[in-house]
Write a new protein. Structure first.
Length: 235
């Protein structure tokens, strides 16, 4: 398996990350030795925060039912007695002007419900991740996006907005994507006002990591170039 601890160290240093990258893997069965999540969370993205804080665990579909929007993006059907919750949530969102119903078909979804989802800090990934989630300031996200472009694996998509959790199926389908985050995610994860996300397919992680240091060094050189020009043309 890939040396994910070394990858996390390299990426965290080059990108000046304040939060640990989170590895997300979709598995048919729980990996040996990985504990099941115990407890209740208000959303699927809450698991991102827990993993970034250092915990490794797996979830099953029932753990994702408290957020009808996250259940929708992860293709986890709500049980019959709770099926109305999705429409209730969408009704509130449309009523307050947060979304329009015609936005819904454009929301990315997993193609099928996952049997097991494993979450871990990247360095501690017990299996190869399908997606790695990075949270950081725009300058860090810029470097990661530019590295993905240099590696030829950036998605041809605009920056994603609400809901943040659709970044996972979007990245799986189309490549590395950036997400501005949404108010639900920011509330549940504590993402700062000055932070945003990048979702990287696990299959592309090594290629992107191989370009990050080149991009970071190039940006330092370009910063010098632009500072000199600023001084030259500032009176």
């Amino acid at each position: 398996m890939v040396a994910y601890r070394q990858l996390e160290d390299r990426l965290a240093g080059a990108l000046r990350l304040g939060r640990r990258p989170v590895a997300v893997a979709f598995c048919q069965t729980p990996p040996p030795g990985v504990p099941k999540f115990s407890g209740v969370t208000p959303s699927g993205c809450s698991f991102w925060r827990i993993a970034a804080e250092g915990r490794t665990f797996y979830t099953v579909p029932a753990d994702h039912l408290n957020c009808p929007i996250g259940s929708y993006t992860h293709n986890v059907p709500l049980p019959e007695h709770r099926a109305a919750e999705l429409q209730q949530a969408l009704g509130l969102m449309t009523e307050v002007g947060y979304i329009k119903m015609e936005d819904i078909p454009g929301v990315f979804r997993l193609p099928s419900a996952p049997a097991t989802i494993v979450y871990a800090p990247l360095a501690d990934a017990p299996v190869d991740p399908d997606i790695v989630l990075f949270a950081g300031r725009p300058a860090s996200v810029m470097l990661l996006e530019e590295a993905a472009m240099r590696a030829g694996v950036a998605a041809q998509l605009p920056m994603l907005g609400r809901p943040t959790c659709m970044a996972i199926p979007a990245a799986l389908a189309q490549g590395t994507v950036a997400s501005a985050g949404c108010i639900g995610n920011r509330t549940y994860t504590g993402l700062g006002d000055d932070e945003m996300y990048v979702a990287v397919p696990g299959r592309d992680l090594e290629r992107i990591a191989g370009e990050v240091e080149t991009i970071a060094a190039a940006n330092k050189k370009m910063a010098e170039y632009h500072r000199e020009r600023r001084e030259l043309f500032t009176w």
